[in-house]
Design a protein around this ligand. Sequence first.
Ligand SMILES: [Zn+2]
Length: 314
Amino acid sequence: MTAKQPKSILKKTREPSAPTTTVVGSTIVRTGPPTPQSKPLPTPEEARAIALSHAHSIQIRKVLELSILTSLEQLVDFPLPDSTSTDLKCHLRYFQPSDFDSLMEERRICDKCSYPLCPNPPKRLAGGGKSTYALVNKGKKTMRFVEKEKLERFCSDICARQGLWLRIQLNPEPAWTRAETISDAQVDDKGAVSGLDLTGEKWRGGLESKILLLEEAEEQRRQAKWNNTREADIKKLEEELMEVGISFEKETRGPKQSDSLSVDIKERKNEAGMANPPELILTDENGSRVRAIEGYTPKIGPVYTRKISTEKGE
Ligand SMILES: [Zn+2]
């Protein structure tokens, strides 16, 4: 009788890993044991091209990151005396939503409303305290706890709507992987990058800018120049506003057409001149005019005919 072989509690040794190819400069380093199915290695020329392509991507990314940082710095100082909404949109063209978060944080630290076109300081909640949360919309259906930091980003609900609307429209894809941004980019032997629209000149020359201010978006919506993407963005905005206890409908949208009552007010001109008060004229049998005594016509004496006329002198 043979004893059963005890089961090992040790981990099984790993099987040899599949071979991998690493490109270092123009030489190819191969690790792991060779297997019959392994792909053919790139030629030294191909390997060099791959390495160069990676290096170029890194250069382009560095340049675009610097451009975003410069825009962020400038947007912290917004609004400048001569800055326009187009300048704002131009600065935002390479931004991702996370860059806008950094901008909001920077502006909050600088005591500025997070909507870059607003010069006001953000609202500060009363009674500082240690609590990082505040209760909003007390006693209402939408009552909730919200991080104080989120409530102190904007000066008003109007700016919160406008600011968050900008953020929602930003492309979540990094600028250095967007085809339209890097399609003309070139990197020379020294690593200098050209062909990027770093000044925003090409962007400004574009027919239509993708980012809209909230009021522009609302106008397009009214005119039905609208698509599903924008409608989805509005839904997203409503949700984000709800999180901080703000309703989207209030103040941003005017009354619906069916709710409004249109009244034409027409001023009448007095064409007939001054109106004359009616005059009580009494005549006796002979037709001669007799006046009543304080409106009372005596019944004794001649029979009078009452005649009321508005015409003067009758
Ligand atoms: Zn504001």
